[in-house]
Design a protein around this ligand. Structure first.
Ligand code: ATP
Ligand code: MG
Length: 455
């Protein structure tokens, strides 16, 4: 059994080390919102080797997350928490950038943190709270402000730029003006970050509660051409009378319109990329308006390249590109064959597509709700019909049975299939469970052979 956080706190106290709760847990607690938090961050006076020794004393599982930076992950009964040795500053000779080294006090440690709202610490034993940079005041004003001079702090670690944008999207806070200006003037430094770190922050930005604010900020500080150059043609790409906004404004509104939790991450990636093809295919139509013929085809190709570059999983790459490619599909609702074809092409993702279509329509100048309601009902009906059919169906067809049982065609096939579909209907085997059906068919086959032998 993994230790509790209380056990952990006591163990550090008994070993004579300071242990302070820091980071998101303190911030969210002070904001008074209940966040389902399983990751607790602690700062300690113990060096990494001592942290590990303490954990060994009560057999807690640990992982070294970054020994150089002094972070050890520890498993507790609530999940994994991170304990990090106090950080301090050291200057490498000949290098104008400070390198991370271990510090001696919690004050030194807090000064190394990114934003004032993240630089509040709570002593785990005494409950004493330290807030040397007025993070509490910024929390109540809903402001994100760097600890120290913004430009310097971003140059030291450009990830802080993306973390700041991500916190805007997660918390809905505003950036203090110099905190934002510093992002703009150091934005080029984002080029030095690894793709994994960029993608991880982008994902968190994307699933935040205020993605509109986060995405607009990303564009405002000039980050799009650097970390999402594929999207850089969207701002100022004007559209036609069906649209309220340019392609970027429409994209941001589409992302923000996806407000359900179900498949939020996937749906928001699709929303972000659904009109990726528009800037490159834009042309003037006969009536003098902008047209975007085949933008979904070009967009799907660009999406595949972009999702690969972002190092999303193979499955994500395929699903996101597929949904982009098919986002203009519009089956006639009273033709079940066409609705079924629409669903088949989506490889099980019709609900994600209906959600995208609804979100896409949110900033159109026309209301398409009636069609989307109808599409959802039509798809649901087909899904129910199909699952009812599957429920009444033998998981194995005649050809499969002949192969499995090694027998020639005959009345026996009907008997076995009837028995198998009966068992599916009675819930004895799952619809489509070919494995169980094979076992049962073989048993029946054995019995049949016996009875045939006797007759
Ligand atoms: P959440 O856990 O909700 O993502 P968090 O603020 O706890 O938010 P973490 O990434 O867990 O974020 O980091 C914990 C704390 O470590 C932060 O609150 C911040 O004080 C500090 N921190 C993290 N990354 C940096 C960084 N790049 N520069 C400076 N301080 C950082
Ligand atoms: Mg955290």
């Amino acid at each position: 059994m993994a230790p509790s956080r209380k056990d952990l706190i006591t163990a550090f106290e008994n070993a004579g080390y300071e242990l302070w709760l820091v980071g998101g847990a303190v911030r969210d607690n002070l904001r008074g919102v209940s966040v389902d938090r399983r990751d607790y961050d602690y700062a300690t006076s113990a060096l990494p080797d001592s942290i590990i020794t303490i954990c060994e004393s009560f057999r807690a599982r640990t992982v070294t997350i970054g020994k150089r930076f002094g972070t050890i992950g520890i498993e507790t009964d609530e999940g994994w928490c991170e304990v990090t040795t106090f950080r301090g500053e050291s200057y490498c000779p000949g290098d104008r950038h400070p390198d991370v080294s271990f510090g001696h006090t919690i004050h030194e440690d807090l000064a190394r943190r990114d934003f004032t709202i993240n630089a509040i610490a709570e002593n785990t034993i005494t409950g004493e709270r330290l807030d040397p940079f007025d993070g509490l005041a910024d929390l109540s004003k809903k402001i994100i402000r760097t600890v120290g001079e913004p430009k310097e702090r971003y140059q030291e670690d450009p990830l802080r730029i993306l973390r700041g944008v991500r916190f805007v999207s997660e918390l809905g806070f505003a950036l203090e003006p110099t905190t934002q200006a510093g992002m703009t003037s150091t934005v080029e430094s984002l080029r030095s970050l690894s793709q994994e770190r960029i993608t991880a922050e982008l994902e968190r930005l994307l699933v935040g509660s205020y993605p509109e604010q986060g995405l607009n900020l990303l564009s405002a500080i000039g980050a799009l051409p650097i970390i999402l150059p594929e999207l850089a043609g969207m701002p100022d790409c004007e559209q036609n009378r069906f649209h309220q906004f340019d392609v970027w404004g429409h994209t941001v509104a589409t992302v923000a319109s996806i407000d359900c939790q179900e498949n939020r991450r996937l749906r928001r990636w699709v929303a972000l990329m659904h009109d990726l093809g528009k800037p490159s295919v834009r042309h003037v139509k006969k009536n003098g308006e902008w047209g975007f013929y085949r933008h979904e085809i070009v967009g799907a190709e660009l999406t595949e390249e972009l999702t690969q570059r972002l190092r999303l999983s193979k499955q994500d790459i395929n699903t996101i590109s597929l949904l982009v490619r098919r986002h203009m599909d519009r089956p006639t609702l009273n033709d079940a064959r066409l609705v079924r074809r629409f669903m088949n092409r989506l490889d099980g993702h019709w609900r994600d597509m209906v959600a995208l279509k609804r979100a896409d329509n949110a900033s159109h100048t026309y209301d398409d709700d009636e069609y989307h309601d109808g599409l959802e009902i039509a798809c649901q009906r087909i899904e129910e019909e199909d699952s009812a059919a599957l429920r009444a169906e033998s998981p194995l067809d005649g050809h499969e049975l002949m192969e499995i049982c090694g027998r020639k065609p005959g009345f026996w096939i009907g008997r076995v299939k009837d028995r198998l579909s009966e068992m599916v209907l009675d819930g004895e085997i799952e619809p489509g469970d070919k494995g169980s059906a094979t076992r049962i068919a073989l048993q029946m086959f054995g019995r049949d052979q016996d009875s045939e032998g006797k007759s």
